[in-house]
Design a protein around this ligand. Structure first.
Ligand SMILES: Nc1ncnc2c1ncn2[C@@H]1O[C@H](COP(=O)(O)OS(=O)(=O)O)[C@@H](OP(=O)(O)O)[C@H]1O
Length: 885
């Protein structure tokens, strides 16, 4: 376009000149000058087209730096970082969040933040009665948060008194957010020596440097500019109140300095020291929309919980640079980029002690760029010892598409490349391109990692899911520690600041208090992934990290650290031991998971329903009867655990879902075949409902209940017949009446014998996860006496087609004393000797003891069954009737 127009202009001029009869010297000169100007423009524009990137990359953006903190102030503040006091000892570590409704926006922002910092919470709507606040002599909640503080002020008398009494007795503080509009209370706050001024537009924000609240927050800095939204500010003369921040009203003429106007500040956040009514409070004049309030909220939680909710001050940072050597020509690193990487690494080390970039490479692409980029590759290797390194496969491939021999070979090839080029790969770390094979687990990847690179640590964004980011967690699979990886907003395609998605402001906002800043603020350990292309071109990664780290230093007292990946992972799981155990989900339930799951696998080999026990209630009979149905297929027997798979409890769970699915046939017809599994140990196990629901959220759950006393006795007889030494040594009465001073083995046996019979509490745990419509309770006595009817009701519950008429296939066997499978006119197939054993009846004493022992559990069961609209079994009615006598 440009050339065309230039050419037209030039030819016009020339034509005009040549048309003149005579050439004067001036005209010749004019033509020469014009030609050279045009040719210069043409060559510049040609160069720009050819090496457009080179032109842009010559001026990478400078890191943001607006900090003007006085370092002596920050040092003095660092001394006061401990909010812990004795009062915290009597408190639990949960937060009670009082919201206007379950779905209110502001409340959700609070709970998301609490989730991000891994603080447990309970959400309650303000209009209702308060939940139980104490347990034994402990306060259940260490801080109470009101999404709308006005709802606290106008709370009904009874609840308000209860809450205030709790807060003053247990020294628990209240955090409240005052809406910017008057709501229902007037400016004079009823019951408090304070006035609210609503609907303010504010600018500039400065923290009170002398407050004891600051721990993570570093006061002394000034936020300059308009504050988002409308605000409420606080006026008071009472000495209980301490302003935590100052701001000023927005004026026509926008002034950038708050100091000039410091005599007329307004107070947008205030700390009530509790001198007025013995309750400490921190009240915010706006919601969490302003980023600084998120920072202040951390310290508010810390001080008001007496240190119970103080986060550590250390923040560990790991920055991976993946795709080393992999990028296509034109976007790779050149020598000056590598030099800049080293220089910035040095600068980051000043802020983050022990820091090194962690470089991941695939050797196949070494020296595959332009001349300048190949020189960059060589430079990276020249500086190899300045970085940490981790290896991939030889090519940049997704592991889930390949089998173990291929992955191993491809890793070995890359490992050979590392050896030949002296690349120091010694961090026991690796990542997978596109997270492929990390989660959901692709076993061959883990095996090859261990065998070739001795990988003990990896990271992914995919566990448990990519979104929401604040719920990402870690887990350990067969010794490989999988860390959650955070997003920093840079991807292989983010090359230039001017092209940043959403504009430069978007990235800068993320750095200056936004998403990236908050990731580091909320996570004691952050692992970030970047790509080689983010370090060539505009070197956006250097800009981003240098800027955000500076910003962190400016506004927080956080101590930034880096340790090698293995140490980092050990630290992570030491901090969060509860995350060690993975939670398996169905890969087919999440598009992204499915896209990185082996195409050779199928989710069809997962059960549609589970028979969960408890033990000794007739589960084997039910399992056998279900297996007779033409549309139902059960699991293959496990050789290890008495035929049952027992996946969700115990160590089998750590084998992963591929292992589990091996126990199921590929259904002949996915819509009409019902797969199921029966493991009687599931019913009363603490972790099973959560695990089962994570993998099989749509599964139906069947449990069988008989009189818990009978169940306990049958179980004891079962243990004796399995020659359990403790059961052989002690009578049934000894077992059920064992006390806490009895030998450990006896107590253990007692617990295993009696606990499953506390039916209601176990069922409630299942109902915490599964909706009641997915749960079916079978009366075990009925199953014994009238299995044909029971099988009919189960078929209805499962909506199974075709209907199977069990009356033709089950009949009572007088010899066995139970219903058995019909084989022919004169032959039945009954369950083995271990089901329906002969043993002496329970003594009267034992019966009486157990009747009393289970009394309250049976009452709870009958209430629960009532709630579930389930018929109360005859044995339960009888038990309860007997109990009243
Ligand atoms: N049809 C049929 N045949 C045999 N046994 C039957 C049947 N229906 C119910 N029962 C009762 O089932 C009890 C064994 O329960 P489980 O199969 O759940 O035991 S186990 O947990 O799997 O070990 C077993 O308990 P015991 O009588 O104590 O052996 C039986 O009472």
């Amino acid at each position: 376009m440009f050339w065309r127009s230039s050419f037209i202009v030039l030819s016009n001029i020339c034509a005009r000149c040549f048309c003149l009869k005579r050439f004067t010297l001036t005209k010749v000169l004019l033509i020469v000058i014009l030609l050279s100007v045009v040719s210069t423009i043409v060559s510049i524009s040609f160069l720009n087209l050819r090496f457009g990137i080179a032109r842009q990359r010559s001026k990478p953006p400078l890191p943001l730096s607006t900090c003007r903190l006085n370092s002596t102030i920050s040092r003095s503040l660092l001394k006061r970082v401990n909010h812990q006091s004795k009062a915290g000892l009597h408190l639990g570590d949960r937060v009670l969040v009082m919201v206007e409704s379950q779905y209110s926006k502001a409340g959700t922002k609070i709970t998301h933040l609490l989730e991000a910092i891994r603080v447990e919470f309970k959400v309650e709507p303000t209009g209702k009665n308060l939940p139980t606040l104490t347990h034994l002599d402990k306060g259940k909640f260490s801080v109470i948060i009101f999404e709308n503080y006005n709802k606290y002020i106008t709370m009904d008398k009874w609840n308000r008194q209860l809450l205030d009494k709790y807060c003053s007795e247990y020294n628990v503080g209240i955090i409240g957010f005052v809406p910017s509009k008057p709501d229902i209370i007037s400016d004079n706050v009823p019951g408090f020596p304070m006035v609210f001024e609503y609907g303010m537009k504010l600018q500039d924000y400065k923290l009170n440097m002398f407050s004891d609240v600051w721990r993570v927050t570093k006061a002394g800095q000034i936020y300059e500019g308009r504050l988002p939204g409308e605000w409420t500010v606080f006026h008071t003369n009472h000495s209980t109140y301490e302003p935590l921040a100052y701001s000023k009203k927005q004026t026509q003429k926008f002034s950038v300095s708050i100091e000039e106007d410091v005599n007329k500040p307004v107070v947008p956040v205030i700390y009530d020291h509790g001198k007025y009514d013995k309750i400490k409070r921190i009240i915010f004049g706006s919601a969490l929309r302003f980023w600084l309030h998120r920072l202040i909220l951390l310290d508010s939680l810390s001080i008001l919980s007496n240190g119970k909710l103080s986060m550590p001050l250390e923040r560990h940072i790991q920055i991976d640079i993946d795709d080393i050597f992999v990028g296509r020509e034109g976007i790779r690193m050149c020598v000056d980029d590598v030099e800049a990487l080293v220089t910035t690494q040095e600068k980051i080390r000043q802020m983050v002690s022990g820091f090194s970039f962690n470089l991941g490479f695939s050797g196949r692409y070494y020296l595959r760029g332009s001349y300048e980029e190949d020189a960059g590759d060589k430079k990276l290797l020249e500086y190899r010892d300045k970085f940490w390194w981790f290896g991939h496969m030889w090519r940049h491939e997704q592991a889930h598409k390949f089998d173990e021999p291929y992955i191993t070979l491809a890793m070995q090839q890359n490992s050979q490349f590392a050896k030949e080029n002296n690349i120091p790969v010694k961090q026991n770390y690796a990542v997978a391109p596109h997270h492929s094979g990390v989660y959901p687990i692709h076993e061959p990847l883990y095996t090859a990692w261990r065998n070739v690179w001795d990988v003990k640590v990896t990271s992914t964004e995919e566990y448990p899911r990519l979104h929401p980011a604040w719920r990402r967690r870690g887990f350990i699979y067969k010794g490989v520690m999988v860390l959650p990886r955070q997003t920093c907003g840079l991807y292989t395609h983010t090359l230039f600041l001017s092209d940043y998605p959403g504009g430069r402001k978007h990235l800068d906002d993320s750095i200056k208090g936004g998403e990236l800043f908050q990731i580091i603020l909320f996570n004691p350990i952050s692992v970030f992934m970047t790509h080689m292309s983010n370090y060539g071109n505009d070197r956006l990664a250097l800009y981003t990290f240098e800027s955000v780290l500076k910003f962190i230093q400016c506004w927080t007292n956080l101590k930034l650290l880096a340790v090698p990946p293995l140490q980092l992972a050990l630290k992570y799981f030491e901090m969060y031991p509860e995350e060690r155990d993975p939670i398996w989900q169905n890969p087919c339930d999440h598009k992204r998971h499915l896209s990185i799951w082996s195409p050779n696998k199928t989710c069809e080999k997962l059960p549609n329903f589970l028979v969960i026990g408890p033990q000794k209630t007739g589960t084997t009979a039910l399992y056998t009867f279900l297996g007779m149905h033409p549309a139902i297929e059960s699991n293959f027997n496990s050789p290890d655990t008495f035929e049952e798979v027992q996946f969700f409890n115990g160590n089998n769970y750590y084998h992963g879902i591929d292992w589990y699915m091996e126990f199921f046939p590929t259904p002949k017809n996915t819509t009409s075949t019902y797969l199921f599994e029966k493991s009687a140990t599931y019913f009363d196990n603490e972790v099973v409902p959560r695990r089962a629901f994570a993998l099989l959220p749509r599964a139906k759950i069947i449990c069988i209940l008989i009189n818990p006393s009978k169940r306990a006795y049958s179980w004891y007889q079962h243990m004796r017949s399995h020659e359990d030494p403790t059961a052989l040594n002690y009578s049934f009465y000894d077992v059920i009446t064992a006390t806490d001073i009895d030998p450990r083995k006896l107590r253990e046996l007692r617990n295993r014998c009696l606990n499953p019979g506390m039916y209601a509490q176990h069922l409630i745990r299942w109902l915490d996860y599964y909706p009641s419509r997915q749960l079916f309770i079978v009366d075990g006595e009925q199953l014994k006496n009238d299995p044909i009817h029971v099988m009919h009701t189960i078929q209805r519950f499962l909506h199974i087609d075709p209907y199977f008429d069990y009356s033709q296939f089950l009949r009572f066997d007088p010899k066995k004393g139970f219903f058995c499978q019909v084989i022919s006119d004169d032959r039945n197939k009954c369950l083995g000797k271990s089901k329906g054993r002969a043993y002496p009846p329970m003594s009267k004493e034992e019966q009486l003891f157990l009747k009393q022992y289970y009394q309250r559990h049976n009452v709870a069961l009958s209430k629960l069954l009532d709630k579930l609209n389930t018929e109360v079994p005859a044995w339960l009615e009888e038990e309860l009737r007997g109990g009243d006598e």
